[in-house]
Ligand binder design. Sequence first.
Ligand code: ADP
Ligand code: ASP
Ligand code: MG
Length: 813
Amino acid sequence: MNVLKFGGSSVANSQNIEKVVQIIANEAAKNQLIVVVSAFGKTTNKLIEAAEQAAQNNANYLDGYKEVELLHSEVIETLVSKNQQEEVKNHINSLFKQLRTLLEGCYLLKEITPKALATISGFGELLSSYIIANIANKEVDAVYKDSRELIITSNTFDKAQVDFALTNANCNAFFTHNQQQVTILPGFIARTKEGEPTTLGRGGSDYSAAIYAAAVNADELQIWTDVSGMYTANPHLVKQAFPVSHISYQEAMELSHFGAKVIYPPTIQPVLHKEIPIRIKNTFEPENAGTVISKITENGKPVKGISHIENITLLTLEGSGMIGVSGISKRLFETLSAHNINVVLITQASSEHSICVGIYDEDAEKAALKINEAFAFEIERHKIDPIRVEQGLAIIALVGDNMRNHQGLSGQMFSSLGKNNVNIRAIAQGASEKNISAVINSSDAKKALNTLHEQFFEEKVKQVNLFVTGVGNVGERFLAQIHQQKKYLKEHLKLNIRVVAISNSKQMIFDEKGISLKSWKEQLQDGEASSLEHFFQRTKALNLRNSVFIDNTANQKVSEVYEHYLTNNIGVVTCNKIACASELENYKKLKYISRKYSAPFLFETNVGAGLPIIDTLKNLIASGDRVHKIQAVLSGSLNFVFNNFNESTSFHDVVQQAQEEGYTEPDPKIDLSGVDVARKILILARESGYELELSNIENNAFLPKKSLETTNNADFYTSLIEFENHFQQLYKEAADNNCRLKYVAEFNDGKASVGLQHIPFDHPFYNLEGSDNIVLFFTDRYPVNPLQIKGAGAGADVTASGIFADVIRIGNQ
Ligand code: ADP
Ligand code: ASP
Ligand code: MG
């Protein structure tokens, strides 16, 4: 025999009830069933509201009643067979008549007694069970039974205590003789020994089902609801929550006591003793496995779920007169218990100077009054302060049987709440360590639930926030690459890369939530006026975790602001060589600040664009290798120029082409004069641990003096035409020697030089194509055959990908 319970949302309308009947039919084909149903949808709420309105003499009290009546007649019209309709309608109408008379009574008397409220609120189940039994009869052999004839309780009316001896005897007597395949009963309602109607408390249909399951020794108790099981947290509040496949009775009990409404807390008690498993299933997705609650504790995650209770009041009793005086807590709890006040949480500091209890808001006023009365003598003598009442609070709880075997969970819980600015008012952790709870402000509850869920159940995604300056060739490609790879990075590297700011020399835009990379150009056009200082101040003020300033320019002024970013713990990634090739002192200072403020400073693209040259060098040095000699062709633009220049081309045209294809610096003279290459070998030497200045690098320039002295691009290009013969002569000399011209950078024994060299055909540099770069590192570990890195060394795409790689390095740190 199985017991199935269908909650309010499962029977909220005709469509849902059809699903329920289908489930009953499927299950009845396998087992004899007891089916417990709740009231349709929100019927109970509406009945209670109508009763309260009537008692307040509000003439609109019948509005809710009428909605309830309409819903029930719609279901009867739609689902009850034609030949049964009259009989069902008659029965239901007589129930509605009684209900209306009771409501009228409250209206006239202007009051509602607990007994009347229990009677009125129980009508929902009386109606729903009778109608569903009739509808189910079309599919299965079903009989209806009124729970008030079986479940006997105390006469507290609301949340009445079950008399298990009488109830079990009634159930045994009835179910032993009842051979019907399906018995349908109302949940929630019961009666006293004297026959007065009572209820089992809000959400109590789960409990009714558990009482039957225990009484008949059912094989399984199934709770059919609107979610696919017990979730790691309330799925309506935590988007990332997921159903747990298996939890223990204790865990389920803790979770439900601390607010996981999916199961009414007392439900577990009766089935726990009989070890009957509870299965939570989704009426709307019956194929989902749901959650099994049983005796077994699953070894796995120490934290099984997070739940929370709203509407909590914290009462604090304190005073110097409490220390060492026995019996204070006894008197406090006796007072609360004498007035039926439920205590949700208790904490007491070891000094005994104060006791703190968490109760529901609805009890706060009464509790404060009664406690102040109980301690009036001590309060008058200033031994104890009047009770302190703090409202608008919530309790949040971590639950798991295995938490006691894991160290540091409470530390993680409180530090993650602290980092997210959630103020903790009180803490409780039972000695069994199945539950760690904290009292927090209600307004923080959702943030706290999500923070803890992220901490204990989700794979961590690291957010990296980029502030991008410079959107020329390289910057534009960089943004395009980020846009394209965003999803991949999130899925595979658990990195959420967001571009928070973009600027060029004129405008800038900021968006704390991340700029749309589809439309950044249009947005930037309408951006505010930018300045380096303003951009920095805005970036600093946002104070986002993992912030990185990206410099895609070749601008001296931009290179001068790195220091501000780094000292504010904002990383810097740059393809701009100026900072690293500036005075040694400045280079060393930036590296020092980067370490001191834990702000990464990465500039892989300063040498060889996207080629992993600096990173490789850093790894060699870090692992204890020493660099003796470096030979390199480091100018993609010069390599392009000398690969394309010959007796049938003009030097001017080839340089112009190199610039058009994006291989040169904005000022091509920086490349052709050898300054750019000198900067690169300087950076490599410095990264190898040598202390050099740019002036120490011997620059054997091949440009005529007049070209070197030009001050703008137009004059520079004109001078190239003027000296075409000079360039042709350089070419011819090399060709006559069967050599190719390469602009080579060398570092050897602490000295560095750059200049044009004749490269014979058997040299590794001879066949260097297009704009490729090559570096040979001769080190302790690579003394004869050098470590070689070769590949495209210029171009917007590869440079952008090198910047990208630096960003990923920061993300992976
Ligand atoms: P029913 O009407 O079927 O009795 P309830 O509304 O009483 O359903 O319980 C189901 C609801 O419990 C879910 O819709 C969800 O909002 C809430 N809930 C709270 N905590 C949890 C949790 N940890 N797992 C699943 N549901 C939860
Ligand atoms: N209908 C009752 C309520 O809403 C009982 C239940 O649904 O479990 O509280
Ligand atoms: Mg419920």
